[in-house]
Design a binder for this molecule. Structure first.
Ligand code: BEZ
Ligand code: FE
Length: 302
């Protein structure tokens, strides 16, 4: 007679056993591991019914918080370090693929996309200033985009976006429908880019929902160090989603979403008023950040 009753650890095995007819091997592998780990977790903490119900209510509240502009589940994944783990696993897979034929230069590291990317930012000429009307100290961003052999990538697309000098993104201000501090640029014939924006300030991840409550209960702060989001795309190369982090920003050592990579920290140099590197006459003090990006050719990707 088939087994009718399962106890303790056997329940996980019984659930896994019901997937005998599953036709998708990867899905089966992922679900098997998920079931094993979920059951092991419940056993480990000796999960009580009211705690389990609290968790269901928490996840329900996360779902209710979501709309086109707010994704509480991604925020949950970010603050629990899972988003960064998935990024790092992807990068490690890429590094393993490069092992047989190590490149001259290491590819730029990736980090989390975050919830503030907005498709359709204006494409502007190199050298444009996207900080007009925004709070924050002016900053000149420049560098070169190459492949991992050091070959300059002309015409590479660079999307940039950041919060303002007080840490607020355009989506969080006013009616949330007016783009600011974001643009798309294309590298010149030598792979160089340069533009003006502000030196980004640290800011809290949205903490007015269930994830904010979770952070407070965990005794954690919600802040991210100042960073310029940068997404790069070049024909024949892997897309790169990354940030340039501000070296002297508060919270550089305790990013709420664990996105900091040492290789992504740039020194933001301070300059007195006067001639900027692009010849612009600056009436105020300003900063400059130099950062070169290296993209992996698609043929060498994992
Ligand atoms: C951000 O950098 O914009 C961000 C990333 C993860 C969660 C919240 C914000
Ligand atoms: Fe950000």
């Amino acid at each position: 007679m088939a087994q009718l009753q399962f106890e303790g650890k056997d329940i996980a095995q019984a659930v896994i056993g019901r997937m005998d007819e599953c036709k998708d091997p990867r899905f089966k592998q992922v679900m098997t591991s998920l079931i094993k780990h979920m059951h092991a977790f419940a056993q480990d903490v000796d999960l009580k019914p009211d705690e389990w119900m609290n968790a269901i209510e928490f996840l329900t509240a996360c779902g209710k918080m979501c709309d086109e502009k707010r994704q509480e589940f991604i925020l949950l994944s970010d603050t629990l370090g899972l988003s960064m783990l998935v990024v790092a696993l992807d990068q490690a897979r890429g590094a393993a693929a490069l092992k047989a034929n190590p490149p001259k230069l290491m590819p730029t590291e990736a980090t989390v996309l975050g919830p503030f990317f907005w498709e359709g930012a204006p494409e502007l000429p190199l050298g444009a200033d996207i900080s007009e009307g925004q709070s924050g100290e002016p900053c000149y961003y420049h560098g070169q985009v190459t492949d991992t052999a050091g070959k300059p990538l002309a015409g590479a697309i660079i999307d940039v976006w950041s919060g303002d000098g007080e840490g607020f993104y355009d989506m969080q201000k006013g009616d949330g429908n007016t783009m600011a501090l974001r643009a798309r640029f294309r590298t010149d014939a030598n792979g160089h880019y340069h533009y003006w924006s502000i030196k980004p300030a640290y800011y809290p991840v949205p903490d007015d929902g269930p994830v904010g409550g979770m952070l407070r209960r965990m005794g954690r702060h919600p802040n991210r160090p100042g960073h310029m989001h940068t997404m790069l795309q070049a024909t024949g190369h892997e897309r790169l989603v990354t940030h340039i982090f501000v070296s002297d920003s508060p919270y550089i050592e305790s990013d709420a979403v664990f996105g900091v990579r040492e290789s992504l920290i740039a020194t933001f140099k301070s300059h007195p008023s006067g001639k900027a590197p692009d010849g612009r006459e600056m009436k105020t003090t300003f900063h400059s950040a130099l950062y070169d990006f290296r993209l992996v050719p698609t043929s060498q990707a994992a």
